[in-house]
Design a protein around this ligand. Structure first.
Ligand code: NAD
Ligand code: IPM
Ligand code: MN
Length: 362
């Protein structure tokens, strides 16, 4: 039976990058992948049309889909909205929460052709291959209570709650241990257990799981040190597991090691393997509509969709090889261009990946 894919382009560069990724998905379809592609809207686009960032019927379609491809949401147009529950980002957070997509995989992999594009020295990043496993439906992003208040003297305050329970930590821990077991066998759990109770518990649970995974070597690191180590000697990491907010921040830092935030894809999975696939970057309002956006993170998110939700790993490999081929041919969007490479637009990059994919008959 045909599997349903829901495409939600979002705002800013979202529609531009998603368009190219959908072309790659359609190329897979033409090669026999049995999927039905549907489109809907989310984020600011949905606020403009429905008055809410995620319409009920869109959520229902998302629930029925085997996988979702999302561009990015948000932008200055909606940044002044006081009620945070009505902002574009809330649509994305609601999808993650409602579909229970607690396991977020963010692979920071340096394509060797891009060693020169990284802001770090090529020898520091060459061979880099880190998998960040970010908890995505808990922590300070969702903890209650939260809100605004006012002190007796009229001073306003805002507050959030950083909370994890043992079950939430255990399920993300198991994803990370499994991942490390399939990769280099090293798992670094990143926390702030010198200050925050929620992460003391996090560390305890990780330690409790460790004996069940004798093939994995578990270590712990405080998040401030981890940020420093990521730019000092990133190749020391194999798999990193961390909470929602630390994972958000560290993955943007790790993205830069790979040449650009425009190179980092992601998969957000629930326990059934259904998932949402999106680039790690945002809607980049500063470059929207100019053909400058790098679509590769979104295209590589399609590869993750094929691997993790559609059980089509060979086709996923083929997309990743096509990206490698395009980089071999020195084609670069502005964010990864440097002397001696040829700068192309978002659309031209999509064209090149589709052509390389179609030529690869393996
Ligand atoms: P951003 O990731 O959108 O942009 C940061 C910088 O990276 C900008 O200079 C941008 O031009 C550049 N950049 C990002 N993606 C790029 C790409 N594919 N190609 C080339 N350059 C790229 O982060 P921001 O500016 O902090 O946020 C802008 C908006 O996006 C905000 O509304 C934010 O909430 C939202 N956001 C959404 C998501 C998401 O939907 N998953 C993620 C992050 C931020
Ligand atoms: C991301 C984004 C989101 C997050 C925002 C837009 C809600 O930054 O996917 O990394 O913080 O998770
Ligand atoms: Mn982020």
């Amino acid at each position: 039976m045909s599997q349903h894919i829901l495409v939600l382009p979002g705002d800013g560069i979202g529609p531009e990058i998603t368009r190219e990724a959908v072309r790659v998905l359609e190329a897979c379809q033409a090669q026999g992948l049995d999927i039905t592609i549907e489109h809907d809207i989310v984020g600011g686009a949905a606020i403009d049309r429905h008055g809410v960032p995620l319409a009920d019927e869109t959520l229902e379609r998302a629930r029925r889909a085997q996988a979702i491809l999302l561009g990015a949401v948000g932008g200055p147009k909606w940044d002044t909205m006081e009620d945070i529950s009505k902002r574009p980002e809330k649509g994305l957070l609601a999808l993650r929460k409602e579909l229970n997509l607690f396991g977020n995989l963010r692979p920071a992999l340096l394509y060797p052709q891009l060693a020169e594009a990284s802001s770090l020295k090529p020898e520091v990043v060459s061979g880099l291959d880190i998998m960040i496993v970010r908890e995505l439906t808990g922590g300070i992003y969702f903890g209650q209570p939260r809100g605004f208040g006012e002190r007796e003297d009229g001073t306003r305050y805002g507050y959030n709650t950083y909370i994890y329970d043992e079950k939430e930590v255990e399920r993300i821990g198991r994803i990370a241990f499994d991942m490390a077991g399939k990769r280099g066998g090293r798992l670094c759990s990143v926390d702030k257990a010198n200050v925050l109770e929620a992460t003391i518990l996090w560390r305890e649970v990780m330690n409790r799981l460790a004996p069940e995974y004798p093939e994995v070597e578990l270590s712990h690191m405080y998040v401030d040190n981890a940020a420093m180590q990521l730019v000092r000697a990133p190749k020391q990491f194999d798999v990193i597991v961390t909470g929602n907010m630390f994972g958000d921040i560290l993955s943007d830092a790790a993205a830069m090691l790979t040449g650009s935030i425009g190179m980092l894809p992601s998969a957000s999975l629930n326990e059934h393997g259904c998932g949402m696939f999106e680039p790690c970057h945002g809607s980049a309002p500063d470059i929207a509509g100019q053909g400058l956006a790098n679509p590769l993170a979104t295209i590589l998110s399609v590869a993750m969709m094929l691997r993790y939700s559609l059980n089509a790993p060979a086709m996923a490999d083929r997309i990743e090889r096509a990206v490698g081929r395009v980089l071999d041919n020195n084609l670069r969007t502005a964010d990864i261009a440097y002397d001696g490479t040829r700068q192309v637009t978002t659309r031209e990059m999509g064209d090149a990946v589709v052509a390389a994919f179609e030529q690869d008959s393996q």
